[in-house]
Design a protein around this ligand. Structure first.
Ligand code: H2B
Length: 101
């Protein structure tokens, strides 16, 4: 079974990510994103969804118009694992590309 990261390892990984924070009261990480409009937000979500399905690792998220809030945690480990960090890295790459167009 995959092991959750220690709080030190999690903090070190968060330092390499863009805008992710530890969720209060829960071993999870979260990031809020804002796009130009709903079309951009949903396009982003579609790219993340395809990656998540490939990884068999899925985000918890909330969308309203151009805002997307994403929370990542690994249910089977009941905490943040390397899988969450890998998906967070992917999210950061997609978000950066979207903001640069
Ligand atoms: N997504 C997330 N975020 N955490 C998990 O532990 C997880 C998942 N487990 N997606 C996967 C699916 C598991 O339920 C299936 C059976 O592989």
């Amino acid at each position: 079974m995959i092991q959750k990261l220690t709080s030190e390892a999690r903090a070190a990984q968060l330092g390499q990510l863009d805008g992710w924070q530890v969720t209060e009261g829960r071993d999870a990480i979260a990031r809020s994103l804002q796009f130009a409009d709903f079309n951009e937000a949903f396009g982003f979500m579609t790219r993340v969804a395809i990656k998540a399905q490939e990884m068999d690792h899925h985000p918890e998220w909330f969308n309203v118009y151009n805002k997307v809030e994403i929370t990542l945690s690994t249910h089977e480990a009941n905490g943040v694992t390397e899988r969450d960090i890998a998906l967070a890295r992917f999210v950061d790459g997609i978000a950066k590309a979207a903001s640069e167009t």
